[in-house]
Structure formats: structure tokens, C-alpha cells
Design a protein around this ligand. Structure first.
Ligand SMILES: Nc1ncnc2c1ncn2[C@@H]1O[C@H](COP(=O)(O)OP(=O)(O)O)[C@@H](O)[C@H]1O
Ligand SMILES: [Mg+2]
Length: 348
């Protein structure tokens, strides 16, 4: 921060000031007395005295200011002992050292501020998303109920449909609430991992069966890839991994195509990890959205229009669970071709 060339030391200042004082004064002596020797003597005397006095005063002044700066950067509230330390014992530092300390302090401070700003931004966005996610279903429920009360209730052509729409929006609210609760619990660390060894293929099959029976239009074919049928044992929290798999398979179904297929595959990667992938041949995700789908509330436009009951929290929860295991989750996708979401788990 400090420019080296303009960085004059107290000694240089004292020297210049002493010269300015002693030179004209000795000229005056020579002019008055006519003696060169007397002039030289008075020059030497005044120069020496003023140099040392000015230098000492300057250093004292600067040190007092520096101590003030240190007191400030080491937080204003100090104990008596620290105060004495900064007042009397603090080793005299050069201006360069002080400038470096202040710079470090400023950088550290800037980092802290940046983190606070980010948290603040994050909090604002979160609240905004949250109110938006609540507002949409509540307003539509309100709309349907008002229309029904205004007479649609007696119209057999629409009454059931409006009630059904209201029910779907209530389902959306309830999904949103349970996902929010889940994510809050995960973040507070209230859901510790209960790890055990289990065969990943068995769990995938269970989830396939469960989502198949829950799906209304059961036209998507679910299977485990042929060459991945050899049982692989992982060591993880089975119930939480079940939740991850249901989220992924549910997504593959929701964003899949009619008569499409969902394939699960699992591979040993490096002797320590197993990679599990869920692949669909559905609508896919645009390049620009891929990096964001794990964010809370993030849903693509096409995703939103496909399914109104989603909360956009499913993948955020998956990421949370997988990262709590110390593992990673990622997505690959091509629009209109399909999507693969993969995550790793430790081998048992
Ligand atoms: N298999 C998939 N195919 C296409 N898009 C997907 C797939 N999985 C997730 N997405 C996109 O990522 C978004 C976030 O997913 P998720 O967090 O599970 O929320 P939700 O399922 O509630 O929409 C979805 O809204 C969708 O846009
Ligand atoms: Mg989902």
C-alpha cells in the first residue's frame, strides 16, 4: 500500500529540517562576525543538536501513533496487561513492518466482511424464495375455493376438477414444509448418520418398487444395468441413502418421457468407493442450469411446468446427505436426451 519511493524515514525528515535550520543561521553568523571558523562551528553545533532533537521528537510522536493503531487493530477492548504491553513493551517496529501489519489486518477484515455480506445475501435470497414458494400454491388454493364458492360448486363439469387442483396445491405446500423441515434438521446436525453395511442393488430395487407402485401413470421402465448386477456392499446410512435414491428416481420419473426408462448402475471406482448412477432418457437439463440444480429451490422452467408439486429442495437434500457422508454428487445431462445423476459411497 505504501509507496516505497515516497516513503521518507523520520531520520531523513530530521536531517532535512536540521539543514534548513543550521545553514541560513551559520551564513548569518559569518556575515555578522566575518569569521568562517565561527560560522562552521555554529553550523555543526546547530545541525547536530537540531538533528537529534527533531529525530527524537518525531520518533516519539510516531511511536505513540503506532501504538494507537495497534490498540485499534487488536480490537478496542483490551485487558490491562495487553494495554501495558502495547503502551510500554511493544517492540519498536519500522514503518514498513507496521504498514505490513495494517495491510494484513485490512485483508483479514475484508474477508470477514465478504463472508458476512455473502451470508446476508444468502439469507435475503432464501427468504425471497421461501415466500415465493409459499405464495404461489396459497394463491391458487384461494382462487379455486373462491370460484367454487361463487357458484362453480354447483357446476358438475368443473367442481371436481377445481377441488382436485386445490388438493394438488395443498400437496405442494405439504411437500415444501416436510422438505424444509428435513433440510433444517440436516443443517442443525439433528440427523446423525447411522451407518451400516448393505447391498446397494437391493436398496435400489426396493426404491424402484416403491416409486413404481406410487406412480399414477406407470409407463416408465426401471431396471439395474445388466453388467452391474454383481452385489456391491456399501457402508452408509441406509435410510438416508434410500431417501437420496427415491429423490433421484422420482425426478427421473417426473422429468422422464412417456414409455421411457430409468437405469441404475453401480461401479467400483478405486477400491474404496462405489459410484451409483441413476440415468433417464427424459427432457434433460440445459447446460446453464446444470451447476445450479443442487441449490435450494432451484427448478428449471421446463421442470416447473412439468410438475407443480415439487419444492426444488429434493436435490439440495440429496447433496446434503451425500456430503455428510464425505462423498460427492454430480449431474450430467443433454437436453432432450437424458440425465444422469451420480454419487459415491464408501465400499463396505
Ligand atoms: N432427471 C432430471 N431430468 C431433468 N431435470 C431434472 C432432473 N432432476 C432434476 N432436474 C431439474 O432440477 C430441478 C431440481 O430438482 P429437485 O431439487 O429434485 O426439485 P423438484 O423435484 O422439486 O423439482 C428440477 O426442478 C428440474 O428442473
Ligand atoms: Mg425432486
Amino acid at each position: 500500500m505504501l509507496n516505497q519511493e515516497s516513503n521518507i524515514t523520520p531520520r531523513q525528515i530530521a536531517l532535512t529540517a536540521a539543514l534548513i535550520l543550521s545553514f541560513p543561521e551559520s551564513l548569518l553568523v559569518i556575515w555578522a562576525s566575518g569569521k568562517w571558523a565561527l560560522g562552521l562551528l555554529s553550523f555543526t553545533a546547530i545541525f547536530t543538536i537540531s538533528y537529534f532533537v527533531i529525530n527524537a521528537l518525531l520518533e516519539q510522536f510516531i511511536n505513540r501513533k503506532i501504538k494507537l493503531i495497534y490498540k485499534f487493530i487488536h480490537k478496542t477492548k483490551t485487558t490491562k496487561r495487553e494495554e501495558n504491553y502495547y503502551k510500554y513493551i511493544l517492540p519498536p517496529k519500522t514503518l514498513e513492518e507496521v504498514s505490513k501489519d495494517v495491510e494484513d489486518w485490512a485483508i483479514e477484515n475484508e474477508k470477514e466482511m465478504e463472508l458476512l455480506r455473502q451470508n446476508e445475501q444468502f439469507r435475503k435470497e432464501f427468504l425471497q424464495n421461501l415466500s415465493h414458494e409459499f405464495k404461489t400454491p396459497i394463491f391458487s388454493i384461494q382462487g379455486y375455493i373462491e370460484t367454487l364458492l361463487d357458484g362453480a360448486l354447483d357446476d358438475p363439469k368443473v367442481n371436481k376438477k377445481y377441488l382436485e387442483n386445490a388438493r394438488r396445491n395443498i400437496e405442494r405446500l405439504s411437500n415444501l414444509l416436510s422438505d424444509l423441515e428435513q433440510i433444517a434438521k440436516l443443517e442443525r446436525g439433528e440427523l446423525p448418520l447411522i451407518k451400516q453395511s448393505f447391498i446397494i442393488q437391493d436398496l435400489v430395487k426396493e426404491v424402484f418398487e416403491m416409486t413404481e407402485s406410487a406412480a399414477e401413470n406407470n409407463t416408465i421402465h426401471c431396471s439395474i444395468k445388466k453388467e452391474c448386477e454383481n452385489p456391491l456392499s456399501v457402508y452408509a446410512d441406509k435410510e438416508k441413502i434410500r431417501q437420496v435414491l427415491s429423490n433421484l428416481i422420482e425426478n427421473a420419473r417426473k422429468y422422464g418421457k412417456q414409455n421411457g426408462s430409468i437405469t441404475a448402475s453401480m461401479y467400483k471406482t478405486d477400491g474404496k468407493h462405489i459410484l451409483i448412477e441413476i440415468t433417464d432418457d427424459g427432457i434433460g437439463i440445459a447446460e446453464k442450469d446444470i451447476s445450479r440444480i443442487f441449490e435450494r429451490f432451484y427448478r428449471t422452467e421446463t421442470g416447473r411446468s412439468r410438475d407443480i408439486t415439487g419444492s426444488g429442495l429434493g436435490l439440495a437434500i440429496c447433496k446434503h446427505i451425500i456430503e455428510a457422508h464425505g462423498e460427492t454428487i454430480h449431474a450430467r445431462s443433454t437436453e432432450q436426451v437424458g440425465t444422469t445423476i451420480g454419487f459415491t459411497l464408501p465400499i463396505s
